[in-house]
Design a protein around this ligand. Structure first.
Ligand SMILES: Cc1ncc(COP(=O)(O)O)c(C=O)c1O
Length: 427
């Protein structure tokens, strides 16, 4: 399907019905699959033949949707997870063990920061956080002999810092490790990180991909470009026999293009089980079918809202990737020439207290712990998603205490602007 344009792949990729089969991806709501002999089943357990046996590992509905996301990102293989958090965790844990180290951009989603800095630290995996605009020297100094990956977000939530993907990819590759990019906010409609050197892409599909706030989910996509064997000593989990799979060596059996996702499925998903429900994957697919239509409209509405806010006397600052003069505008022009996302960060008169007052006055835009769906919504990250961070950590993540995150939806822009106006006029 990859010969089609991305908009066609949003609708068609991943599932091609045969004669007489359902036109729409079917929901295979079955935990298990029936076989005639134990031998047939044994072959599947040994990864000697492909097929389904238990939905915790694989399910046809989930696989159709994963294949669509792989096509959209231009990758060779993908898997779905039950949340974006599990996608972030699996993407790193698939190649890191106790004693390993990861370099991460400090401008990342608060939940990812917590996962890395607290929970994975307890597992013995350490992280060095570097600013997305770190100098070459500071970036280089973050690497250690036990570094196994570099991590960043294309457009950081909520600071909207843009990752210089090429720069971070070359630093990672100089040290023989892959760059993992969370492409949630940009989506493959606006940026395809593999084209800039990233090796693994992850998503919280909960956001624009689902697009309607119905299903929490995640995805991991492999570019198939990282040569694990060239750095075999760093990645023994992929390049040496897996005792829990009868001595299979993933790179040998599934090649550079399939080793990473097969290991993540056969080993990590098998043992940790963050499997999405087939019904949620069906809903995710409905979102994907209109992704290429919705994303430009999100960007168009957000651009208009950002320009409006910038001119307003009660607004103290605005950060949006599409506003000329912004710190990350040049990188946005390079990596996101067709638009960035529907999320704007800004502050109002009265600082933190002003932000709370303004948000209370909004009528159309709702206060929700969510972002990037069809309905306009707002959040104050310092008191919600990022509240576990201290002031220093907030600053490094680019989250000012007065930052309001506005996720511009798909409503008529005149109603969105009118709502902002009436709330701002109360300050
Ligand atoms: C950029 C980004 N990555 C990952 C996540 C985690 O995803 P989920 O909430 O689906 O677990 C989020 C959630 O807001 C996010 O914004």
């Amino acid at each position: 399907m990859s010969e089609y344009q991305i908009g066609t792949n949003c609708i068609q990729a991943g599932y091609t019905p045969k004669n007489g089969e359902p036109r729409v991806i079917p929901i295979v709501q079955s935990t298990t699959f029936k076989y005639d002999t134990s031998e047939d089943m044994g072959q599947l357990f040994d990864l000697e033949s492909s097929g389904y046996f238990y939905t915790r590992l694989q399910n046809p509905t989930n696989d159709y949707v994963a294949a669509k996301i792989a096509a959209l990102e231009g990758g060779t293989a993908a898997m779905l997870t039950s949340s974006g958090q599990s996608a972030s965790f699996y993407s790193v844990f698939n190649i890191c063990s106790c004693g390993d180290h990861v370099v991460s951009s400090s401008a990342i989603y608060g939940g990812t920061y917590n996962l890395f800095a607290v929970t994975m630290k307890r597992m013995g995996i350490s992280f060095t956080f570097v600013r997305p605009d770190a100098s070459e020297e500071d970036l280089e100094a973050a690497f250690r002999p036990n570094t196994k990956a570099v991590f960043g977000e294309t457009i950081a939530n909520p600071s909207l810092a843009i990752l210089d993907i090429e720069r971070f990819a070359s630093a990672a590759h100089r040290h023989g490790v892959p760059l993992i990019v969370d492409n949630t906010f940009a989506t493959p409609i606006n940026c395809r990180p593999f084209e800039w050197g990233a090796d693994i892409v992850i998503h919280s599909t909960t956001k624009y991909m689902d697009g309607h706030a119905t299903s929490v989910g995640g995805a991991i996509v492999d570019s198939g470009k990282f040569d694990w064997n060239a750095h075999a000593d760093k990645f023994p989990g992929l390049t040496t026999p897996d005792d829990s799979y009868h001595g299979i060596t993933y790179t040998e059996k599934f090649g550079q293009e399939g080793a990473y996702i097969t290991k993540a499925t056969a080993q990590i998903m098998r043992d940790l089980g963050s499997t999405p429900s087939p019904h949620n994957s069906f809903l995710l697919n409905l979102g994907l079918e209109t992704l290429h239509v919705r994303i430009p409209r999100h960007c168009q509405n957000a651009q208009a809202a950002a320009e409006y806010l910038k001119e307003h006397k009660n607004v103290t600052w605005v950060n949006y990737c599409g506003l000329p003069g912004g710190k990350y505008y040049p990188l946005a022009q390079k990596y996101l020439p067709n638009g960035s996302c529907g999320v704007i960060a800004f502050g109002v008169k009265g600082g933190r207290a002003g932000a709370e007052r303004f948000m209370k006055e909004l009528k159309l835009a709702a206060i929700v712990t969510h972002v990037a769906d069809a309905r306009t919504c707002v959040l104050h990250p310092a008191s919600a998603t990022h509240r576990q961070m201290n002031d220093k950590e907030l600053e490094a993540a680019g989250v000012r205490p007065d930052l309001i995150r506005l996720s511009v939806g798909l409503e008529d822009i005149r109603d969105i602007l009118a709502d902002l106006e009436q709330a701002l006029s109360t300050l």
